[in-house]
Design a binder for this molecule. Structure first.
Ligand SMILES: [Zn+2]
Ligand SMILES: [Zn+2]
Length: 349
């Protein structure tokens, strides 16, 4: 965690599978890896089970907070939905409209998993996209899912490189999903989170048998950083509220750790009397200015209403705003996507 005078940034990994479904390690084993890497929280989501939640496995494991939700899917195995802060798995026969709605009614946090997934030409991998776009009541979506991107990029000719350098191969969230997210965010707050979809799978390519993406490798890739009013509480119920509230309120940014530690990234929009951060809204005035600070030199982009409003290479960048809308920031290292903020809404004066 890092704290400056504005907020505390807690860094964690979201969407992790264990032996409770199709993962390859226990919660304890995965938590030990998270601790070793100095992460602040882990959000587990096994398929259609809350077994470990029922067994009381949520809590602190040394310094790391472990929270347990689950991943719901429909009867066609599409529309995967991460549901957190719910104590019971919803009926398996529910439609996406139903499980999204019921989760919301019960005060749970719901996030569309790998919504734009297109898997590559490799027939061993089918895709599990979101198809029910008319649903209402979701809190957010995965804008970057490591497994999805990896399988989309996987081709026959690149499989050796993809298996040996899985993190380096990642490019950035797809334009498809960023466009969708910008559109949805124009209507209201929609959280964008990054996830790994960690399983520790075994990959077979001819004579090769390899664990691709050991948990430890994945935990050094796509991370979600939460902006908290104060450091993460050591009390489980309070810490849980802090994490879920920050995601719900879009107080977050996403990074690929492969290109550098992103904790000190900063995006704000300052007006004459107040300053907004991701998740906030602010009224447009004569001096309203977007300010972005990157931890390392990169290509910084300001996106407004889905379009690039301004871009510059460096570590710091500010830009005067003249139009209302939803704004977010991106940072690239070379051609690789590194940091993606959530939106700030700028209202007409
Ligand atoms: Zn899934
Ligand atoms: Zn999953």
């Amino acid at each position: 965690m890092v704290t400056d005078n504005k907020y505390t940034v807690a860094t964690g990994v979201i969407h992790i599978h264990t032996l409770d479904s199709d993962g390859t390690k226990t919660h304890d084993e995965v938590a030990a890896i998270g601790n070793e890497l100095g992460l602040d929280f882990l959000l587990f989501s096994d398929h259609m089970t809350l077994q470990s939640f029922d067994e009381g496995k949520e809590g602190y494991y040394d310094d790391i907070l472990v929270l347990i939700g689950y991943e719901h899917n429909d009867l066609d195995d599409c529309n995967h939905y991460l549901i957190f802060d719910l104590d019971k798995v919803l009926p398996a026969a529910s439609s996406p409209a139903d499980y999204v709605r019921i989760a919301a009614e019960r005060g749970a946090l719901g996030i569309m998993a790998h919504p734009d997934e297109i898997r590559g030409r490799d027939a061993r991998f089918r895709s599990y996209p979101w198809t029910a776009w008319d649903v209402t009541g979701f809190n957010g979506l995965e804008i970057w899912n490591q497994m999805s991107e990896w399988t989309e990029l996987l081709k026959f000719f690149n499989q050796i490189m993809m298996v040996f350098s899985p993190r380096k191969c990642l490019r950035s969230p797809t334009r498809r999903i960023l466009r969708k997210w910008d559109e949805l965010s124009a209507q209201g707050r929609v959280a964008g989170i990054g996830s790994v979809d960690a399983h520790g799978f075994l990959y077979r390519a001819g004579p090769l048998r390899l664990t691709i993406f050991p948990y430890k490798v994945q935990f050094k890739s796509i991370r979600t950083h939460l902006l908290l009013d104060r450091p993460l509480s050591k009390d489980l119920p309070e810490a849980k509220k802090q994490v879920y509230r920050a995601i719900r309120d879009c107080r977050a940014f996403v990074s690929n750790y492969r290109w550098g530690e992103a904790e000190n990234f900063h995006f704000e929009i300052a007006g004459s009397s107040d300053t907004a951060i991701s998740g906030d809204q602010i009224t447009l005035g004569g001096t309203t200015e977007a300010r972005i600070t990157a931890p390392l030199k990169g290509r910084i982009r300001l996106i407004g209403n889905g379009l690039v409003v301004a871009e510059q290479t460096g570590r710091e960048f500010s830009h005067r705003l003249t139009e209302p809308g939803v704004y977010r920031a991106e940072v690239y290292r070379g051609k690789k996507g590194w940091i993606f903020s959530n939106h700030i809404r700028v209202n007409e004066a």
